[in-house]
Design a protein around this ligand. Structure first.
Ligand code: SF4
Length: 64
């Protein structure tokens, strides 16, 4: 697997993302875009990392 350099300014636990550093819980991108899918975000679940790209595994326990 390709080794990605962790960006210690962006902590992230989403290992399914293709941009995750894997060796540590950080993103490997220089910057990320954070957004929302809600008109009026009120809780953490309303907020998304819009830089997410599906990596080698699928979400929610599914495997490809
Ligand atoms: S792009 Fe977003 S979801 Fe993916 S590793 Fe970086 S911070 Fe995490």
């Amino acid at each position: 697997m390709e080794t990605k350099k962790p960006n210690h300014c962006i902590s992230c636990s989403v290992k399914n993302c293709a941009h995750h550093a894997q060796s540590e819980n950080y993103c490997s991108l220089e910057k990320v875009v954070i957004g929302t899918h809600e008109k009026n975000p009120t809780v953490v679940q309303c907020v998304d990392c819009e830089s997410f790209v599906l990596g080698s595994a699928s979400c929610c326990g599914e495997t490809r």
